[in-house]
Design a protein around this ligand. Structure first.
Ligand code: GDP
Ligand code: GDP
Length: 434
């Protein structure tokens, strides 16, 4: 699992500009493929080889100016509670405002790394103006120009250095996270799973502050449910805050082996569901999609399910090899099947293919359809193997790895999927020099 970084600050300081700059490269590729523009406020980024999730809290502020202030305080408090590091963004054009001072007051008490980022420092004159932000009492600051990228390197260097090193620790049991938009039926699903309290075996305090694995024994399967803490604390927290649920989802996704992604059939696989899907994929987690509230869908001709499935597959191209189940938590239809499928995905994600067999299978396939010549050069793939990582990654060794293009890598991925069942599991194909 990786660390979570939250960007806080009042509206218009440039948070989303900065955020988009950070997640741009990677996610732009996904966009080009699915052809969908997404309203995206969280994503995965990396710097100096270190990956982290980043959340633009500003994306969740709604309301008029006076509502803003209260909302922002609430968000800062949640960010303090949930994130591993905080970037507090201010605007050199406007200088220090009262709202900045309120946020700074909350942040001064925080033990986690806080980075004060003075944005819109587009020129040297403005760099001088930035000194007034010392008055916020947060110590050193970073000057940025999110619009042209200036200063972002220094900030990110220090940020990734101070982020806690979080390595994916192995768990004895499959860890499932139930994720989705508010009202998809997540709590109902978990309650249906839990049944009565006797199914709970133990609470295991997780390695991160309040993410808790709860061990269940149900339908003959043993598994940990990640982040039921969020549900237990329901009374305490404003659950209607979309930002809060996003924060918890990101944390739960980072912490699990398989994401059970629930969506409301009557609302469809919309941009926000899609966003959660890609976050899980980017984190190399197993995925099962549950189309919930199927009892509310009237027309049940044989084709309804197929149409629905096709629509989802279109949205998740090219990673379409994912189980999609139509369930009703209310009537308990296919709840058992959902858990059974999640366990299967978990097992596939842990699968190790013997290298000799892998070569026997893949090399003839490659011989039949070798990588197309590129710039007049021929690529010869000599050997391949699964890497010893916690999730499936495959390396193909060849003379000219840089000449193998994305479409051919996708071809190899598809062949691996055809030969070995990796349904629901993101896999990565690397070309390596031999
Ligand atoms: P947010 O509300 O904090 O997410 O702010 P936005 O990212 O939407 O930016 C608010 C405005 O500030 C937009 O018009 C941006 O183009 C502008 N802006 C953002 N970063 C910079 C910067 O580095 N320099 C300048 N001059 N303008 C910026
Ligand atoms: P959460 O916000 O994702 O945890 O969603 P909840 O579990 O609180 O459910 C939101 C609403 O959807 C509640 O009123 C549930 O009773 C209802 N609901 C959940 N699952 C189903 C279902 O399968 N069918 C129908 N008709 N309603 C459901």
């Amino acid at each position: 699992m990786g660390a979570i970084v939250a960007i806080v600050g009042r509206p218009n300081v440039g948070k989303s500009t900065f955020f988009n700059r950070l997640i741009q490269r990677r996610e732009a590729i996904v966009d080009a493929v699915s052809g969908v523009t997404r309203d995206r406020h969280y994503g995965k980024s990396d710097w100096n080889g270190k990956e982290f999730s980043i959340i633009d809290t500003g994306g969740y502020v709604v309301g008029s100016d006076d509502v803003f202030e209260k909302e922002i305080d609430k968000q800062v408090e949640l960010a303090i509670e949930e994130a591993d590091a905080i970037i507090f963004m201010v605007d050199v054009e406007t200088g220090v405002t009262g709202m900045d001072e309120d946020v700074a007051k909350l942040l001064r008490r925080v033990k986690k790394p806080v980075f004060l980022a003075v944005n819109k420092v587009d020129n040297a004159k403005r760099a001088e103006d930035a000194v007034e932000f010392y008055s916020l009492g947060l110590g050193e600051y970073y000057t940025l120009s999110s619009i042209n990228g200036g200063g972002t390197g220094e900030l990110l260097d220090d940020l990734v250095e101070k982020l806690p090193d979080v390595i994916e620790e192995k768990s004895e049991l499959p860890r499932f996270a139930v994720v989705g938009r508010p009202n998809a039926g997540k709590s109902s699903f978990i309650n249906a799973l839990i049944g009565e309290d006797r199914y709970i075996v133990t609470d295991i305090a997780g390695t991160t502050r309040d993410s808790i694995d709860t061990k269940y024994n149900r339908f003959g399967f043993e598994f940990n449910l990640v982040d039921t803490a969020g549900i237990r604390r329901k009374a305490k927290v404003k659950e209607d805050l979309e930002f809060y649920s996003v924060m918890r989802s990101v944390r739960a996704i980072e912490h699990c082996d398989v994401c059970i992604l629930l969506l409301d059939a009557t609302r469809g696989f919309d941009g926000q569901v899609e966003n959660i899907f890609w976050l899980a994929q980017r984190n190399h987690k197993g995925i099962v999609i549950l189309v919930n509230k199927w009892d509310l869908v009237e027309e049940k001709e044989t084709n309804t399910i197929k149409h629905y499935t096709d629509k989802i597959k279109k949205a998740i191209e090219p990673f379409t090899d994912v189980p999609i189940l139509f369930v009703s938590v209310l009537t308990k239809q296919r709840i058992f099947k959902a858990i059974e499928t999640a366990v299967e995905v978990y097992n596939k994600r842990n699968k190790k293919i013997v290298t000799r067999k892998f070569n026997e299978t893949m090399l003839p396939i490659i011989e039949n359809y070798p990588p197309p010549a590129y710039k007049g050069k021929f690529v010869k793939i000599k050997f391949c193997t699964q890497l010893p990582t916690p999730y499936p990654q495959f390396a193909f060794f060849c003379n000219l790895p840089q000449y193998v293009r994305e479409p051919y890598k996708r071809y190899l991925e598809n062949k691996i999927r055809e030969e070995y069942d990796f349904s629901g599991v993101p896999i990565t194909v690397f070309m390596r020099k031999k």
